[in-house]
Design a binder for this molecule. Structure first.
Ligand SMILES: [Zn+2]
Length: 157
């Protein structure tokens, strides 16, 4: 999940459609659901971008690529109260503040490959996982999820 969230979200969406005809897909869907549920408890380490706001971030925004309108890598992080400012004459178009979660890949309009990649990288950063996805090993991911499943109230310890 941590390593290839875009691919896994794609597979899960496909499996959900097929599962009635192909019951052997059910374990995949259950595992996907379990990991998503655990990730809801994952502590977010980045704070809101607004100056002097020290709230932890819960949302993120991206600039759109100007031609193809996918989300570009490099998110801004925001708390529940703040978000990207709107200037009518601004040249670069920015997305609304989206939930800081892999689930944002499921929202209509952000399911293309490039946007999913940007969301993937931003969420890893938000969770304090400072690794390139390809560098995330299975051992690391197992430990991460094991910690989440032991944690209470969403925090380690
Ligand atoms: Zn804020």
């Amino acid at each position: 999940m941590l390593r290839s969230a875009p691919r896994l979200y794609g597979m899960a969406a496909w499996a959900k459609v097929k599962v009635l005809d192909m019951p052997r897909l059910r374990p995949l869907l259950l595992e996907f659901k379990r990991l998503r549920r655990l990730l809801r408890r994952a502590p977010i380490v980045v704070s809101c971008r607004r100056k002097n706001c020290k709230r932890p971030a819960s949302r993120m925004s991206f600039y759109f690529e100007w031609r193809d309108k996918y989300l570009m890598p490099g998110a801004s992080f925001w708390c529940n109260k703040h978000g990207p400012s709107r200037y009518p004459d601004e040249e670069e178009e920015e997305s609304p503040a989206l939930p800081l979660s892999f689930d944002t890949m499921r929202q209509p309009g952000y399911g293309d490959r490039q946007s999913k990649k940007a969301i993937h990288l931003a969420v890893l950063k938000g969770l304090g996982i400072n690794k390139k996805p390809a560098r995330i090993t299975e051992v690391f991911a197992r430990l991460y999820f094991a910690k989440l499943s032991q944690s209470r109230e969403g925090w380690f310890g």
